[in-house]
Each structure stands twice: as C-alpha cells, then as structure tokens.
Design a protein around this ligand. Structure first.
Ligand code: CA
Length: 251
C-alpha cells in the first residue's frame, strides 16, 4: 500500500514524497529516547504514520523502565540525554539483557564519536540534522537484519492466550484458534495493548493502514468474528467492548 506522506526535516523544511508502507505482518514496536521536544514530537508522529507503534522516553531513567518492562523491535537513542549519556544507557540496557537493535541519533558528528557509539552497543548511527527518509531506511535495515537473525520476541502471552509470532498461530490453553491472517494481526495488536483501550481509529490505522476514518464498520465486523473464535463458550471472555470508545483485551 502506498500513500503520499508529507515529511519535513526536524529543522522545519517540508517536502512531499511517496512513502511505501512497510508490511511486516505485525506492528513493530519502537522505543524513542529523545529529550528535545521538537524532534521527539516530529519523530513520534512520523514513525506512527509510518506504521510503527512508538513509546517515548525523555531521559535515560524512563527509557530503562520502558525497556525492562516491554520488548521493543528497535530503539532510537539520542546521546545527549538530561540525566545521563546515551552511550551509558545503551551499555546498561545491554547488561540488563536488552538485545533490540539500537539506532543512535546524535549531534556528535566526529568519526571518533560515531565509532565509539557503534563499538559500545549501537547498531547504527545517524547524525543530526537528519532526513526522515534516511532514518526510516536505516530503521528498516536494522529491523530486517534483526528479523533475519531471529532475535526479538517470538511469542506473546496474555492469560491463557498465546500468540506464536513466527508461525502466526494463536491458541488458548494450548488449543489452536482457527484465525485468518487478518484476524491474527488484529489479535496481535490487541495483545500488544493488553489492558489498554484501543480505539476504532487506532485499529483502522494500525491494522488496516487507513489514516482517515471512513464510514465503515469493518472493525466491528472483524472484532465480532474474532471474538467468536477467541472467546468461545466456557472460556473467560478476553475481548471487551467499551461502547462508543473501542475495545480492550483483558491484560
Ligand atoms: Ca538531547
């Protein structure tokens, strides 16, 4: 799927280009560690529009809390953080067992700085100011390499519901659920947001790639079918409807 996306560098210039939507069959989750609000907001918006799910941390401490409680497909880390150096953060995360690829984003442009960043746990290095198209391309490469290496989360579990992300299979208490590929993606999105409210527009954007909310009941229809397969009789219902708001998967 392709759409025209307006991008601008964080410095403010704006250009329009065709951005190919990435189809990874599941939503990739990123942790963005950046304290400069203008860049942070720009990247959060742009990455979300590009189909990623983005968590944001403004300092090293928050980043550490996020990275130790959730598994990210990749991290984007600014080196000049208010409470610590980004390199120290990356080293600490590596010691804690966080193996997600890290794209360093920094104003430090010297060869020594870049080499130091790459030698101390960074997987790629991009200097500021940067072009969004380049950041997206580097990110895609990191994710592809990571997927090829077979790292990253391979399953998700919520209660007795388990999703095998590699085989694209879902089961409850070990009993296989007969889901279509689209239903699997929808359930995966709900699982990744377990315990949190997911609105129809979030699902349309993230699962169906629709950025504008058309007058459609596609979400409701799919949720209805999904519920028929996940919450069968005798099982604890997991998918709740919040009337007028959206859905929540019991976490
Ligand atoms: Ca900074």
């Amino acid at each position: 799927m392709e759409w025209a996306m307006t991008i601008c560098s964080w410095a403010g210039t704006s250009i329009a280009l065709k951005q190919t939507r990435i189809d990874y069959h599941r939503v990739m989750r990123l942790l963005l560690v950046e304290d400069e609000l203008e860049i942070q907001h720009f990247l959060e918006t742009s990455l979300t529009e590009a189909g990623y799910e983005v968590d944001v941390a403004e300092d090293g401490k928050t980043a550490e809390i996020h990275a130790s409680s959730r598994v990210y497909d990749a991290l984007i880390v600014d080196l000049g953080l208010p409470d610590q150096d980004g390199i120290d953060l990356i080293l600490r995360l590596r010691r804690l067992g966080v193996s997600s690829p890290v794209l360093i984003l920094s104003a430090r442009r010297s060869v020594d700085d870049r080499v130091a960043g790459l030698e101390q746990g960074g997987d790629d290095y991009l200097t500021k100011p940067f072009a969004l198209a380049e950041l997206l391309a580097r990110l895609r490469n990191l994710l592809k390499r990571n997927a090829a290496a077979g790292t990253g989360p391979t399953s998700l579990q919520v209660g007795d519901l388990e999703l095998d992300l590699l085989k694209r299979r879902a089961s409850r208490s070990g009993e296989l659920l007969n889901l279509s590929p689209q239903e699997f993606v929808l359930l995966e999105y709900l699982c990744r947001h377990a315990g949190r409210v997911v609105t129809r527009s979030m699902l349309l954007a993230e699962v169906w790639g629709m950025r504008i909310q058309p007058d459609t009941n596609v979400v409701d229809v799919h949720i209805y079918r999904l519920r028929g397969k996940v919450d069968t009789e005798g099982r604890e219902p997991l998918i709740k409807t919040l009337r007028g708001v959206g859905y929540v998967l019991k976490g």
